[in-house]
Every structure is written in C-alpha cells, then in structure tokens.
Design a protein around this ligand. Sequence first.
Ligand code: NAD
Ligand code: RM4
Length: 253
Amino acid sequence: MSLNRKIALVTGASRGIGAAIARRLSADGYHVLVNHPPSEGTPTETLAAVKSQGGVAEAAPADVGRIESVRAMFSQIREKYGRLDALVNNAGICPFLEWDAIAESDWDRTHAINLKGAFFCTQEAARIMVANKTPGRIICISSISALKGGSVQAHYCPTKGGLISMMAAFAVCLGPSGITCNSILPGTIETPMNVDFLATAGNRESLEKATCVGFLGQPKDVAGAVAFLCQPEARYITGASLLVDGGEYIKHL
Ligand code: NAD
Ligand code: RM4
C-alpha cells in the first residue's frame, strides 16, 4: 500500500490503450487502480508490467456497463483509499458491424460500456474529488470516430461523440472545484480491438496512408497525452478535445 501516492483509476486497463495508460501513470508516481471486467479475471499482465517498472498497481474489478458494479468499485475505493486524483474513462467496445446488422442489444451494450459507464464513473469520481477538494483530472478516451464516420461503426461513433459533449458539460460543473475534464481522440492505434480489422486486406495500408505521418499509433502515444493532461501544468486545459491521430483528421491532399 502506498497511501502517500496519488491514486489514478484507469477503466478497461487489462490490455491495449488502458494498459499503456496504467503503466505510464505508474511511472509518473501514481498508485494505479487497474479496472477490468470481473468476467476477464485478474489483469495479471498489466499488474506485472507496473510492478516490473517499480510501480504500484492493484486490480479494481467492475463491469462499467453496470451501474451497481461501478458503485461497488467506488465504495471500495472510498473505503480503501479515501481519495482519487485521476480518472481515465478508457473502457470501450467496438464490435464491427454493418449498419443493417446492428441489433438493439448491440446498440445498448456499446452505449452502456462506452458512454453510460463513463458518465457514472465520472459522477462517482467527482464526488470523491469534490469532497476532498482534490484538483483532480478526468479524461475520456473518445475517438476520431466522434468526428468522422465509420462504415461499420454506426452504433459506436455516437458513443464517442457523446463523451466529448459529456466532458464539456462536466468541465463546466467541476471547473469551480479545480477539476479538469478533457477528451482524447485517438486515430487508429494498434490494439486487440482492431487486430482482425487491420489484418483484412487493404485496411492497414489505407489507414496508414490516411495519416500525415504514414504510420499507425501505438498505445503509448495515447498514454503520453493522458500523462500530460494529468500534470499540474495542465490545470488551465479543460473541456478540450485532443486528437492523437498522426494528423488523420486534418489531412486533405
Ligand atoms: P481493447 O479491446 O484492446 O481494450 C479494451 C479494454 O476495455 C479491455 O481492457 C477490456 O477488458 C475493457 N473493457 C471492455 N468492456 C469492459 C467493461 N464492461 N468493463 C470494464 N472494462 C471493459 O481496445 P483499445 O483499442 O485499447 O481501446 C481502449 C479505448 O480506446 C476504447 O474506449 C476505444 O474505443 C478507444 N479507441 C481505440 C482506438 C484504436 O484504434 N484502438 C481508437 C480510438 C479510440
Ligand atoms: C476507433 C477508430 C479506429 C479503430 C478503432 C477500433 O475509435 O475508429 O480507427 O481502429 O475505433
């Protein structure tokens, strides 16, 4: 236990972008709570990676798509640590589906995890931060897909757009308490989420070509942006949307 360290909760941190954020925040001195869905079991890889770099991390099981599960995780955080300094709403799913194959259950589950879960984690985290007068940091991992359409993402894109407007609203609500609320919009980052999609003929090449830099991002590229927003120097950045996309959004010719 390291109660003198700042505490950061990263949702969906068993792999991919969340795991990189957990490692990076631990390198910056945070005691990191590694959220994962209980159905997946302990996130041993992330915990071992943090430990191997001399950091401190603990598992924080909860299905963020279920409010009672989110509330149970936050009561544990209150009881065990009594503080929270940073929340990164990273957990997300993107089942690639054609528009006419999207069932109500696909829409509901995608919104429950990506957007509703982020809302209730933010509400719970903000309650702890406000009560403790912590100059906290709340960050949502949105996506370039909030701004651009995806042919197999008609149910997913609106969840990412929702995160941006939700962070803007919370920035207004929580600014007077010294808490900043921002969105990060990754472009294409190589993770288990898109491994099959990128392996499909032509997809990788066309996505690489769509960037200014000519290559796809890695989870550490997003983690670096999160770490920056968590610095005390970032206290005047709130309600912002930061693209981490190799210039894909602005590229024209
Ligand atoms: P990933 O599939 O590798 O990881 C997703 C993580 O979310 C996993 O750790 C998983 O366990 C967790 N998760 C899923 N359902 C959960 C639940 N109900 N409760 C708690 N955790 C849950 O995907 P990734 O690419 O690392 O994605 C992380 C975030 O980044 C997502 O929100 C995704 O939408 C966003 N994003 C990814 C990309 C990309 O190109 N990979 C681009 C833009 C945005
Ligand atoms: C993202 C974005 C990426 C895609 C992932 C799965 O939000 O659309 O291009 O790789 O979703």
